[in-house]
Design a binder for this molecule. Structure first.
Ligand SMILES: *[C@@H]1O[C@H](CO)[C@@H](O)[C@H](O)[C@H]1NC(C)=O
Ligand SMILES: *[C@@H]1O[C@H](CO)[C@@H](O)[C@H](O)[C@H]1NC(C)=O
Length: 438
């Protein structure tokens, strides 16, 4: 302000009388921008004939993609917006003002088009308007605006994490009539895309693909305002999600298939399957935090997770059924088993008494050391008896009961159906994914 002030002072002191005024202040005075009466300058659209349409040109450059929130369906970007229009009253001949081509005037002193972004959901604190407007001698006005723009965007998450999103940033006038303001751009789409790509510092997990500009004409009859739509296409970098979702889930399914080969040792198989199921549910919880809960068009990854959860859950239930059947089998055999044992015990007892008796007489007659042959014979008999018993028990146990056989058949059939289901489902998902992406 000081140079301007000095110039103003000079202008006031003595140079005022001269024909040419080289100060900005002189220019501003000439333009009627210094007096308090310039309120009219800001109030109305600066055209000499009211039917003239003011052309507003808007350029948007993307400086960064700060965040994408799938749950609230918003995307936060850092944008610079440049706005150009013509003010028919603010013109001068540069030669009359020592060749001043352009001047910066305060924003509050001139008329500004009321162009807004329709999708804007950011708070006012995130907008920074340049405090001045640059005016050229032919009345061209240029102002820039920097904004941390949080815009709403309808995400299509069907292909998550291989998705590509198209987010619209729509410029429209807030209250101006249909024919008073028309919107356009200065730079081409390619130039804006290129400069955005070169300026962009933060992109997060997103890659800027293209910026497309669509111009939607206003309509007198429907009252639809003219719109300038910047469609920003961004694609997600999917590697992280492949590593934390798709691969672990695939791996869990493999583990679950492999668990069919674990021996039916009490509970071990069951607890393994429960662990796998819990691990999958942890992934489901993480997924729940990422995706919005809109039922229509469930993302494929959610289907993938759910189907795998259900399949592993079914295999857990089947393992429980098999375990129950085996338990039932041994339970059905149990009533006879204690009887047999009791009989054997009873049978053992006389044997034992006999044995004692038999052992007692030689003991009485002579010390055991003197008759080692008898003792050996006894031991041999005992060993034989034990062997026979063991063989008999083995035979009894090895011959599977009805339920056990049923369990084995169920296990086998289920395993093949399960394997078939999983293979066909994984193939289906793979084909769908691949066909959707390419
Ligand atoms: C400035 O205002 C005066 C009267 O208020 C008017 O005569 C003059 O044309 C105006 N100048 C410009 C550049 O509009
Ligand atoms: C974005 O704007 C284009 C052009 O007007 C339109 O065809 C498309 O449906 C819009 N997309 C969204 C998500 O609103």
């Amino acid at each position: 302000m000081t140079p301007l002030g000095t110039l103003a002072l000079l202008a006031l002191i003595g140079v005022g009388g001269a024909q040419t005024d080289c100060s900005y202040l002189g220019l501003l005075t000439h333009l009627n921008l210094t007096t308090a009466g310039n309120a009219l300058q800001t109030a109305v659209r600066p055209v000499r004939n009211w039917t003239t349409t003011t052309q507003v040109k808007l350029d948007l450059i993307l400086y960064g993609i700060l965040g994408v929130d799938e749950k609230s369906q918003t995307v936060t970007t850092h944008v610079w917006i440049q706005m150009l229009w013509t003010n028919e009253f603010l013109t001068w001949t540069p030669s009359g003002f020592c060749g001043i081509n352009h001047v910066l005037v305060p924003r509050s002193g001139v008329w500004l088009p009321d162009v807004v972004i329709a999708e804007d959901a950011s708070d006012s604190g995130s907008i920074f308007n340049s405090p001045v407007v640059r005016v050229s001698s032919r009345g061209k006005m240029v102002t820039t605006m920097r904004q941390r723009l949080t815009s709403t965007c309808l995400f299509v998450l069907y292909l998550f994490p291989f998705d590509m999103q198209h987010c619209n940033i729509t410029f429209t006038t807030m209250t101006s009539g249909v024919n008073s303001i028309s919107l356009g751009t200065c730079s081409s789409e390619e130039l804006l895309t290129r400069s955005s790509e070169s300026h962009m510092v933060t992109r997060g997990e997103w890659q800027l693909e293209t910026i497309n500009i669509t111009h939607v004409a206003g309509n007198w009859t429907t009252g639809l305002r003219e719109r300038l739509v910047y469609t920003i296409t961004i694609s997600r970098k999917p590697m992280l999600y492949v590593i934390i979702f798709i691969v672990p889930l695939f791996y869990f399914v493999l583990l679950d298939v492999a668990s069919f080969f674990i021996n039916e040792a009490r509970g071990e198989k069951l607890s393994f399957k429960v662990t796998v199921l819990l691990s999958i549910s942890v992934l489901l919880l993480i997924l729940k935090d990422l995706l919005p809960s809109t039922e229509d068009g469930l993302p494929m990854i959610a289907i993938y997770c759910c189907v795998i959860f259900v399949l592993v859950g079914l295999s857990l239930l089947e393992a429980m059924l098999v375990s129950f059947l085996i338990d039932l089998d041994s339970f059905c055999k149990n009533p006879e088993a204690p009887e047999g044992e009791a009989v054997q015990l009873e049978a053992d007892r006389p044997d034992a008494t006999e044995l004692h008796g038999a052992g007692g007489t030689p003991e009485k007659s002579s010390p055991p050391l003197s008759r080692p042959g008898d003792l050996l014979e006894l031991i041999l008999q005992e060993v034989k008896k034990v062997g026979q018993e063991a063989r008999g028990r083995d035979k009894g146990e090895k011959r599977p009961g009805r339920y056990r056989r049923l369990a084995e058949i169920i296990d086998c059939v289920f395993f093949f159906i399960y394997l078939l289901c999983i293979c066909s489902f994984l193939m289906y998902m793979l084909l769908r994914w691949v066909s959707q992406i390419w």
